[in-house]
Design a protein around this ligand. Sequence first.
Ligand code: PEP
Ligand code: MN
Length: 375
Amino acid sequence: MKLDLNIQPLESWIKAKSEPLVIAGPCSAETEEQLVATAHLLAKTGRVTALRAGIWKPRTRPGEFEGIGSIGLKWLSRAKEETGLPTAIEVATAKHVEEALKAGVDILWVGARSTVNPFTVQEIADALRGVDVPVMVKNPVNPDLSLWIGALERINGAGITKLAAIHRGFSYHEKTAFRNEPMWDMAINLKTHAPTLPIINDPSHICGNRELLGYVAQKALDLDMQGLMIESHIDPSVAWTDAKQQVTPSALVDILDRLTLRKPEVKGADLKDKLAELRSQIDKIDDIVFQKMGERMQIVEKIGNYKKENGITILQVNRWEEILNRRIPYAKALKLSPEFAEKLLELMHSESIRKQTEIMNQGQSEQPQEKLTHA
Ligand code: PEP
Ligand code: MN
């Protein structure tokens, strides 16, 4: 399904100072000195296109620092005046939008905790009606693509065409190396639904630490994302919020220096031929994979009929364990990751079960259509 979004290309409303496009600045504006000094250092790098800072901070628990508030708007104006950097802040209410616009903030973004709430997003969208300002929409905290899409549609529906998405990762029930799981598939799916929508990656909130920033930023660029939002603070060790993930402006430059920029399109004819040749090899293999899948499913059908005739249950746990135990070492030997192999097997297995259920229920009253459990 392609989304019906009316979007202006990113380059038409934000000119990257250098590649890749980088929006940087502290998690929170804390004091005028901290914000202005950080802005100067960032501007001096020549690598930063816009200055970010949170002045209204959504915090999980009350009593924590909830942002410096409206006074920060004046500090942002000063930082912009002195450095020439356009400014970006998070807005979460109609009042924030009004104040930000009045103060001349250049880019607004909707935070992850707002994207989850259609009432909040609609309130922000209504406040934006008739205004020509760039807006970026962070993914919702939970991995729900439709909430992300819905928020983009609401903002776009209010007439905002300078629109981008920010990929900041998703909360996940298991502890992993990341503060917020990247779940790259989500961003890729969004891109498939809305190919013209620019996506900016936010490695800071994905990582929650400094060590993995470069890795995530590189992966985002390799997935053809259009820019990076990275938190940078003049002295991260004393930052009032997100201290563990912020980097100094000079550490930011180190990270950017290590990134490899790749092009989405191949230019030279030779390279094009080589790529076309490799792709045709892949296509041929995919044909065979599908053909074999079809053959596999025909056998599954036979098994289903046999089980039906003999009154045997569809699922036999031992059999599934046997498949896993046998296939995973084989996959490893073929240099396939065990995670991939397991996912693939699960997918094939659940399709087999679905097919066999269909066979068992043949001739009975109407059955609901079920989705693949592992899809
Ligand atoms: C932020 O950018 O500082 C922020 C609060 O981000 P998120 O909405 O992604 O948590
Ligand atoms: Mn932050």
